[in-house]
Design a binder for this molecule. Sequence first.
Ligand code: FAD
Length: 447
Amino acid sequence: MLRVAVVGSGPSGCYAAQSLVQQDSEVRVDVLDRLPCPYGLVRYGVAPDHEKIKSLQNNLRTVLEHDRVRFLGGVQVGPGGVPAARLRELYHAVVYCVGAATDRHLGIPGEDLPGSWSATQFVSWYSAHPDAVDDGFLLGARSVVVIGVGNVAVDVTRMLARGPAELSPTDMPQAALTALGASRVTDIHMVGRRGPSQARFTTKELRELGTLPGAGIGVDQAELALDPAYEDPSALPAAQRRNVEVLRGWAGAPPRDTPRRIRLRFFLRPVEVLADQGRVGAVRFERTVPDEQGGVTGTGRYEDIEAQVVLRSVGYRGVPLEGLPFDAGSGTVPNLAGRVLREGVVTPGEYVAGWIKRGPTGVIGTNRPCAKETVLSLLEDAPVLERKEVPDDPLPVLRAEGVEPVEWSGWQAIERAEAELGASLGRSVVKLPDWESLLAAARAVRP
Ligand SMILES: Cc1cc2nc3c(=O)[nH]c(=O)nc-3n(C[C@H](O)[C@H](O)[C@H](O)COP(=O)(O)OP(=O)(O)OC[C@H]3O[C@@H](n4cnc5c(N)ncnc54)[C@H](O)[C@@H]3O)c2cc1C
């Protein structure tokens, strides 16, 4: 009987576990996660007001509740936890599904000024990630610049533009709800260095920005028209064409009288975050224009946008995991159809799936075929892998070595505590925001 450890309980980890039990009628799978809570970025990334996407957690739940799948939360693999080499001794195979935990940097002066944060930090805070730090993100801010024009940039812009009545029904932690509800932000500038036909947001998310009750949307027709495809987008791929059409519609619409304004800006490359009394005061952008190769080039003309807060949303990056090879260029683990490659050679027994395998792209569903491909590789290798002697059950061994996992019953206790907290605040479920309260809830039950 094959024993597999899946490291990471986000979509790719859950889909890998699902694929394993579907295709092998005997395999036993432990899904380990450093957090006491499952579901990765579905819980700690997907915006709280997107209930429908959040409800994918229910699909992932059925995987983790499968008879031959076991969730072991609160288990860090790597430094300070279970070394990767030890895990390989305890299981026939290990599938790493650890995601892409860090953000890309802009590499411009002033990027680290107080008031400048990565979207990752901001998202983690309003999603109640227990590692998040409450930095008083919006204190005193009237104007925010969001750098980037992907879906995460749209998410943070929308969260800034929504009022407390819209956010209260979500599972957002109470402190974030209070802070966002009290925010005095009136202007949110979402800025991309390229044109509207190259923006990475999807049309559904873009369109939603125009439906927020308390926020009007503004685009500048002349700026949009710098895009060669603006006048006639018919030759663009469907997704980009629809984006341009939505923006064209907004360019022609009369402004609404709303307490908040979202301005979508294009062809502006950030060159410096400017200080005002030691904090962010503005962002300096260079105007760009399309070049001949489908990119953009600087014009030497500059524009400053006043802002007290900057949120950088220019992509995610994988981080190296001790004991595994890592390609610093792509931020992924080198692999062949999911099999980990060490110096170009396959290492049987080690696999990757999800963002750490292919980089931070695609939607949640993209992780399903990605995990399936990895599992097919693993099961092809199974006859060789099964020759290794492993403990009948690794859990008592891990416990004897001082690892105290949060099992499924512990996670269910966290869910109950979050429902109770919500009820006590007159809201529905409200997330517990720190390690202490999560572990206290989980440890209140003993498996
Ligand atoms: C802000 C944001 C919003 C998004 N919104 C959407 C959306 O609305 N719709 C959509 O389709 N997609 C969305 N995505 C994309 C989607 O979340 C990803 O495609 C998906 O989560 C990637 O899955 P993954 O399993 O590879 O990584 P993750 O979901 O990041 O899961 C990785 C898991 O591994 C665990 N882990 C990491 N390191 C270790 C370790 N050393 N030991 C043990 N455990 C470890 C982490 O705790 C985590 O639970 C969003 C992404 C972001 C960043």
